[in-house]
Design a protein around this ligand. Structure first.
Ligand SMILES: [Fe+2]
Length: 155
């Protein structure tokens, strides 16, 4: 039996915070806002899969989609920053890299322990709060820079 199936047998209830799109999360750049909305949907899919005790395959799928989309989105932002000589590119990219490491750690924990309360807490505290903080700080600065230059990036 694969190790991640252990945790899936634990049917204790797990409550996940659902992230709702709110105007304070808008940075005012259409492409970036649209991708953030998608990111939130994928994040909520992971939360729902954990909360509803779907089998490990469904949780694995949701995590894979989230990781894939995270990479797409970070690549988009980094490409825009590089194209327009954004001065804080290196610092912003470093934050993306640390998020990718966090996601890889979460997947490893899930594979080892299953859908535990620790995993649920890690998703709530690390992913949800990271996302909101990241959007409201570094992504906002990037958006301000783009708006100041009159740049409206396309996908
Ligand atoms: Fe970002």
């Amino acid at each position: 039996m694969a190790p991640f199936q252990r945790g899936s047998k634990n049917k204790e209830s797990i409550d996940m915070a659902k992230v709702e799109w709110e105007s304070s999360l808008s940075v005012g750049i259409e492409l970036i806002d649209a991708q953030h909305k998608q990111w939130i949907e994928h994040l909520n899919d992971v939360g729902a899969a954990v909360e509803e005790h779907h089998g490990p395959d469904r949780i694995t799928d949701a995590l894979s989609f989230l990781i894939g989309y995270t990479k797409t989105h970070f690549d988009t932002e980094e490409k825009v920053m590089a194209e327009h000589d954004y001065p804080d590119l290196a610092a912003h990219r470093a934050k993306h890299e640390s998020m990718k490491d966090t996601l890889a750690d979460l997947v490893r924990d899930f594979e080892e322990e299953g859908a535990t309360h620790e995993l649920a807490n890690a998703i709530d505290t690390m992913l949800v709060s990271w996302l909101k903080r990241h959007i409201r700080t570094v992504d906002h600065l990037l958006a301000d820079f783009l708006k100041e230059k009159g740049i409206s990036p396309a996908a």
